[in-house]
Design a protein around this ligand. Sequence first.
Ligand SMILES: Cc1cc2nc3c(=O)[nH]c(=O)nc-3n(C[C@H](O)[C@H](O)[C@H](O)COP(=O)(O)OP(=O)(O)OC[C@H]3O[C@@H](n4cnc5c(N)ncnc54)[C@H](O)[C@@H]3O)c2cc1C
Ligand SMILES: *[C@@H]1O[C@H](CO)[C@@H](O)[C@H](O)[C@H]1NC(C)=O
Ligand SMILES: *[C@@H]1O[C@H](CO)[C@@H](O)[C@H](O)[C@H]1NC(C)=O
Ligand SMILES: *[C@@H]1O[C@H](CO)[C@@H](O)[C@H](O)[C@H]1NC(C)=O
Ligand SMILES: *[C@@H]1O[C@H](CO)[C@@H](O)[C@H](O)[C@H]1NC(C)=O
Ligand SMILES: *[C@@H]1O[C@H](CO)[C@@H](O)[C@H](O)[C@H]1NC(C)=O
Ligand SMILES: *[C@@H]1O[C@H](CO)[C@@H](O)[C@H](O)[C@H]1NC(C)=O
Length: 628
Amino acid sequence: MFFPLRTILLVSAIGGATAFFAPEVPVGASYDVVFVGGGAAASIIAGSLSAAAPDLHILVLEGGPTTREKLEHIQPARYFSHLAPYSTTEQFVVSNPSDAVAGRNIIIPVGKCVGGGSSVNFMLYNRASASDYDDWDTEFNNTGWSSKTLIPLLEQAETYEVNPKAPTHGASGPLHVSYGGAGFLEIGQQFLDIGPQVEKNRPVGVDGNDFTNKSINVFYRMPKWISGQGTRSDAPHHYLYTQQSNPNLVVSYGSRVTRVLFDKTLTATGVEFVYDKHVFPDYNPAPRQITATKLVVISAGAMGTPQVLERSGIGAKSILSSVGVKQIVDLPGVGETYRDHVFLVSPYFADPNTTTFDPIFRADPTTWTQALAQWDANRTGLIAANGVDAAIKMRPTTAELADIGPEFTARWNSFYASKPDKPLFWLSALAGLPADQTGLPVTQYMSSGCFLGYPESTGSIHISSATDVYAPANYSSGFLTAQSDVAALRWGYKKGREILRRMPAFRGALIPAHPQFATNSTAALTETGPVPLDAPDVVYSAADDQAIDDYIRGFVGTSWHSFGTAPMKPLAQGGVVDSNLNVYGVKNLKIADVSIGPEMVNANTYSTAIAIGANAFQIIAKELGIKV
Ligand SMILES: Cc1cc2nc3c(=O)[nH]c(=O)nc-3n(C[C@H](O)[C@H](O)[C@H](O)COP(=O)(O)OP(=O)(O)OC[C@H]3O[C@@H](n4cnc5c(N)ncnc54)[C@H](O)[C@@H]3O)c2cc1C
Ligand SMILES: *[C@@H]1O[C@H](CO)[C@@H](O)[C@H](O)[C@H]1NC(C)=O
Ligand SMILES: *[C@@H]1O[C@H](CO)[C@@H](O)[C@H](O)[C@H]1NC(C)=O
Ligand SMILES: *[C@@H]1O[C@H](CO)[C@@H](O)[C@H](O)[C@H]1NC(C)=O
Ligand SMILES: *[C@@H]1O[C@H](CO)[C@@H](O)[C@H](O)[C@H]1NC(C)=O
Ligand SMILES: *[C@@H]1O[C@H](CO)[C@@H](O)[C@H](O)[C@H]1NC(C)=O
Ligand SMILES: *[C@@H]1O[C@H](CO)[C@@H](O)[C@H](O)[C@H]1NC(C)=O
């Protein structure tokens, strides 16, 4: 891999070895509701339940460390540090090698701390299209999951500081959304300025996130899950920790669930967990059992949830028997239909005078010292930003479909053609190169970043051990196994290049991280400064297209949006939960996290995790007779 995401300094150690021999959080023997995983969705549900029903005894068992009041999670710009190889707040799921990605193992970083992804993610604020949720309802029999239900819940969750009066946005929710504290950095500004001049029928839009086709094919300024006070809008600090004066709510971190326990009637009666050996290396590793009198909710994320199900005996017969787990319910959909937004980052040099995030990514001490002082003084500056300031959700016109080519035709006709609010991809100019820059020139970069909204390829994740919670999963990303995805990204590479090569900050390509065009090709990357706006577009031969395809297979990576591994759909379609989030075949067991998505949504997935959490809270409260 060319860009292993590696060392970033200035990560203060958290979690790690402690000398306690008794649990840091006293965990009782019996609760009404037990959550498996304390990530984005679980924080919202558990916190909301605790606020609505202070007498309800709730236990959240989170495998990773606490995040409470830790600057690593509160200060937005530290997002990159969580990806470091020695990170204690993310887990790295490694795929099987695949020819579709040039024989590579794809590495997927997953949030592993209270708040899960919401406490380590890049804070890009993007919302799905209305038809994404409406499809969940109409195509997969999920009454109560259409955009009509979910959009009001998303409004209630947010305070949209960008424009609190904007339609579909919220003005008083716990999660604040702003443009961040660093103003509009030049790279984003130039993308928004030059983009519409290159893409003549794609103007600047006021909002790229209104759920309708008005958000498609417009260049828009990117909001962030960052408050005007310069802090990360994660789920735990805004839903969960706010309720922790309630003694009935117990959040036990470093507590890794091995399996769900059932009685003879296949009613979930509790869970078994161990203290995580990385968080609490000195604790007794023996499994402990907890009773759940009303409900167990699995919220372990798209990577974690199928593994908990399989260790509990819920899954496909062949997989369970291959590792020696006794099956209790046959659900062949568990761990299948894994999806992510495959992401291609293509770096270019930027004018060295441009302000980018590169010194932050490189852990340049002077930049960090100044930026931290500014954040301390007034909560603004690079610490309160993420370097992603403008983007477009692009959908091809009929004429452009010819440019993408015949490999994409069938996918277009079956999936996109009748749904005008579905974009093909999200495209942005990132202010910097978010990767390990060891060995690269120390200068400023800008990158074209393109992720597919709805890849056709799917993968899978399954357990490789019946009992060992630390055993690496058997994970196949499935990335680029459908050629339509390669064709779509090829077009995305070309679109990004046409805009970026005209931006005033453009200073040429970082060639090793681009397609290897023949030196005599018209597509060769020879420019070292911006070309005129009316310069002709680059012409690509069949050999050039092949070079792009090879490049895509060699470089594509995750968007960190793992999804859909325990889908909410009818049993006969491979479903794992029904539309009330009940796991088929058992009682008192629900799933509430992004693994329930029966079909992909086009946007970064925190927003969808919030929608799922908020709707799950409504469903659970209603069943438990709690007034909301
Ligand atoms: C690096 C990164 C960058 C991202 N960037 C963005 C972005 O910019 N914008 C955006 O919208 N989205 C982004 N996302 C995606 C978003 O954060 C996730 O989609 C979202 O957090 C998913 O929520 P969830 O509740 O389904 O699961 P998660 O938030 O992943 O929570 C699952 C939790 O379960 C815990 N767990 C797993 N197994 C067990 C077990 N056996 N026992 C106990 N606990 C367990 C995990 O430790 C984790 O804390 C990013 C994600 C990552 C990882
Ligand atoms: C950077 O800015 C300075 C002064 O504004 C100018 O003299 C110099 O040429 C610029 N450098 C580049 C590489 O554009
Ligand atoms: C915040 O402080 C920095 C100096 O540290 C200053 O440049 C900036 O203008 C201040 N911003 C606000 C909004 O006060
Ligand atoms: C956008 O959606 C509206 C309403 O759903 C529809 O009338 C219109 O035709 C759509 N526009 C395009 C370009 O598809
Ligand atoms: C891993 O899963 C794949 C299916 O994706 C399967 O073919 C393979 O046999 C599994 N490997 C192991 C060791 O179970
Ligand atoms: C480039 O050079 C190769 C031989 O090295 C030749 O086969 C090819 O036709 C040339 N292409 C162009 C566009 O000149
Ligand atoms: C569709 O959902 C309803 C409940 O909303 C349920 O009664 C019905 O059995 C479901 N149909 C299928 C095929 O799963």
